[in-house]
Design a protein around this ligand. Structure first.
Ligand code: DOR
Ligand code: ZN
Length: 354
């Protein structure tokens, strides 16, 4: 059997949710990753250091309940704050200094799940950006404009031109991660930008283009935001992820919603890939003849950008075909079942993480 041993990876973008869903999904992330950047788009959103601290405790408690101390102590949730126009920059700075907060997330209002409290006017957050720039705290960006007259497939490219480029020009020292990039425009912009600009790439945007959402009928499980784009963009993302360029790193954007919320008249955006994340990335890197670059993408570029130490443990992937279940049933421990459809449901992947 062929195996591939790499330094233990981190997930630089994940949604762990709260309550029964947290209990159901957090173990999958903690099994594969040593650390993860936990997104703050709960309802209500995490906007203070105090809220991030108690959310972190709930994550650790959920892991302890699911897998005992070993699972909980082997995983570090890296917390983020949800940027609003009224957020307190002094609280963010304290949270960063105290090691509670790792980064701040910018959602343009209305761009995605639970983003109504996000930013409408970029000019209103100048004081926060000045603080982040001064203290070296990363700004993580959902890069889509929300204007209804902009075609949904153009929202990322227009955001780069109208919002991101001017923002970086005003704050040249700000550390920025353009999250879950989906276009060749984003790849080019990040690649040619300064060293303080990087991007995460999801497994699903490496696997699917926009045709997949409509293949044989409407496929709600492949609907996420930013929505998958044309094939030429997927190919640009695969080239970027497997290039060895340190500006691109792993961020799954695993975003679980219960099956009934996905398969409904107005289905939620989000793809739940955490249970098969590494397997999914490994399939891409193998197809691109770049398995020797998986470790850098998954385990080195992210910590170097964030200024954090590399993990010391390893994980071994085995080249054994595994069929991904059509459905997963999480349990919150109190008997409440959560039904989820994982990414690659029903498909067979070539790699397995034992
Ligand atoms: O598809 C998505 N789902 N994109 C996001 O930006 C948010 C996420 C979620 O929280 O469900
Ligand atoms: Zn996300």
């Amino acid at each position: 059997m062929r195996t591939l041993t790499i330094r233990r990876p981190d997930d630089w973008h994940v949604h762990l949710r709260d309550g029964a869903m947290l209990q159901a999904v957090a173990p999958a992330t903690a099994r594969q990753f040593a650390r993860a950047i936990v997104m703050p788009n709960l309802r209500p959103p995490i906007t203070t250091t105090a809220a991030a601290r108690t959310y972190r405790e709930r994550i650790q408690a959920a892991l302890r309940a699911a897998g005992g101390d070993a699972l909980a102590s082997g995983f570090t949730p890296l917390m983020t704050a949800y940027l609003t126009e009224t957020i307190d920059p002094a609280d963010l700075e304290r949270g960063f200094d105290e090691g509670v907060l790792t980064a701040v997330k910018l959602y343009p209002a209305g761009a995605t799940t639970n983003s109504d409290a996000g930013v409408r006017d970029i000019g209103a957050i100048t004081r926060v950006l000045v603080t982040l720039e001064r203290i070296g705290m990363p700004l993580l960006i959902h890069g889509e404009v929300t204007d209804s007259d902009i075609d949904i497939f153009d929202r990322e490219a227009v955001f780069i031109e109208r919002v991101l480029a001017p923002l970086l020009a005003r704050h040249p020292g700000l550390k920025v991660v353009l999250e879950h990039i989906t276009t060749s425009d984003a790849v080019d912009f990040v690649r040619s930008g300064p060293a303080n600009l990087a991007a995460t790439i999801t497994p699903h945007h490496l696997h699917i283009n926009r045709n997949a959402i409509f293949a044989g009928g409407l496929r709600p499980d492949l609907y996420c935001l930013p929505v998958a784009k044309r094939e030429l963009h997927r190919l640009a993302l695969r080239a970027a992820a497997t290039s060895g360029n340190p500006k691109f790193f792993l961020g799954t954007d695993s975003a679980p919603h219960e099956r009934h919320a996905k398969e409904s008249a107005c289905g939620c955006a989000g793809i739940y890939n955490a249970p098969v994340a590494l397997e999914s990335y490994a399939t891409v890197f193998e197809a691109e003849n770049a398995l020797d670059r998986l470790e850098a993408f998954a385990s080195e570029h992210g910590p170097r950008f964030y200024g954090l130490p590399l993990n010391t443990g390893t994980v071994t992937l085995e080249r054994v075909p595994v069929t991904v279940p059509a459905r997963l049933h999480g349990n919150d421990g109190a008997g409440e079942a959560v039904e989820l459809v994982p990414f690659h449901a029903g498909e067979t992947l070539a790699w397995r993480v034992p």
